[in-house]
Ligand binder design. Structure first.
Ligand SMILES: C[S@@+](CC[C@H](N)C(=O)[O-])C[C@H]1O[C@@H](n2cnc3c(N)ncnc32)[C@H](O)[C@@H]1O
Length: 254
C-alpha cells in the first residue's frame, strides 16, 4: 500500500530527529553569536544579580529598567576601552582609559541611567564624558545628550569614537562641567560621573522642575555617596543619599 502523506512525513521526521535538528539549530545560533555579544549578555546577567544584592538595603532599585538593560545588551563596551583592555571590557568593573581616568563599572552606569528616569526623547547632560560609553547608553535610549569632558584628549577621542559608531544625538564639549552647559539647559536629567565635594549650584540651576540629577558626592580618593537630587515642580530641591561609591574626582570648579 502506498504511504499516506502523514506516513511519509513521520518516516522522515521522527521525534528523535526533530529534537536533534532543534539542538543543532540552537548550537549553530550560539556559535554564530560573536564572543563580544555573548560576553555582553553575561555582563547584563551579572548587573541583574548585583542590582538584586545592592538593592536589598532599600535605597536603590533591586530591578533595573528593562529598556536600560536592553540597551546595555547592545552598546559595544569593548569599543570604548583601550585595545589592550578589550578582553576585560565585559567584566563588571571600571577600567583605565588613560590620563588617570576610568570608564565606570557597568552596574553603576546601568544604575545611574535607571535613576535618571528620563522622559522619552529627554534632554540629558553628562559631566565627565571619559570614553563616551555612558553618553552612548543615554543616546541609545533615544535621548539627546550633551556631554562635557575637561581633559582635551579624552573629549576629542570620545567625540570621534561616538561619531564613528554613528551616534548623532550626542554633543561633546571640552570644558569644565562644574558650570554645566547653560545654552543647552534646562535638562530633564544630569548625570555626573566624577566625585564632587559639593553639589555644583550651576547644575541645580540647569535642571528642569521635575528633573533629576545623579552625582557622587564626597572627598576625592575616598568612598563617596551616590546622591539623587530631585528638583520639584515648585523649584525646591530634594536630596537623597543612595549608595557608597568610588569615583575619580571632579576637577575644575571655582
Ligand atoms: C569616571 S570617568 C567618566 C566615565 C565616563 N562617563 C564613561 O562612560 O567612560 C570621569 C571623567 O570625568 C572627567 N572630569 C573630571 N572633572 C571634570 C569636570 N570638571 N568637567 C568635565 N569632566 C570632568 C574626567 O576627566 C573623566 O574623564
Amino acid at each position: 500500500m502506498a504511504p499516506t502523506r502523514r506516513d511519509a512525513v513521520s518516516s522522515r521526521w521522527s521525534p528523535l530527529s526533530l529534537i536533534v535538528a532543534l539542538l543543532v539549530a540552537i548550537a549553530a545560533q550560539a556559535l554564530a553569536a560573536d564572543p563580544e555579544t555573548v560576553a555582553r549578555l553575561d555582563m547584563v546577567r551579572t548587573i541583574e544579580v548585583i542590582a538584586r544584592e545592592a538593592g536589598s538595603g532599600g535605597t536603590v532599585p533591586t530591578t533595573l529598567d528593562a529598556t536600560v538593560l536592553e540597551v546595555m545588551r547592545r552598546v559595544p563596551r569593548h569599543a570604548f576601552v583601550p585595545a589592550d583592555m578589550r578582553g576585560l571590557a565585559y567584566d563588571d568593573r571600571p577600567l583605565p582609559i588613560g590620563y588617570g581616568q576610568t570608564i565606570s563599572q557597568p552596574y553603576i552606569v546601568a544604575l545611574m541611567t535607571d535613576l535618571l528616569r528620563l522622559p522619552p526623547h529627554g534632554r540629558a547632560l553628562e559631566v565627565g564624558t571619559g570614553s563616551g560609553y555612558q553618553a552612548a547608553i543615554l543616546a541609545a535610549l533615544g535621548h539627546q545628550v550633551y556631554t562635557i569632558e575637561i581633559v582635551p584628549a579624552l573629549a576629542e577621542q570620545a567625540a570621534k569614537r561616538l561619531s564613528d559608531l554613528g551616534y548623532n544625538s550626542i554633543y561633546v564639549r571640552r570644558a569644565d562641567g562644574y558650570y554645566g552647559w547653560p545654552e543647552a539647559a534646562p535638562f530633564d536629567g544630569i548625570v555626573v560621573t566624577a566625585a564632587a565635594t559639593q553639589i555644583p549650584p550651576p547644575l541645580i540651576d540647569q535642571l528642569k522642575p521635575g528633573g533629576r540629577m545623579v552625582i557622587p558626592v564626597g572627598d576625592a580618593f575616598l568612598v563617596q555617596e551616590l546622591m539623587l537630587i530631585e528638583k520639584l515642580a515648585d523649584g525646591s530641591v530634594r536630596t537623597e543619599a543612595l549608595l557608597p561609591v568610588y569615583f575619580v574626582p571632579l576637577a575644575g570648579g571655582p
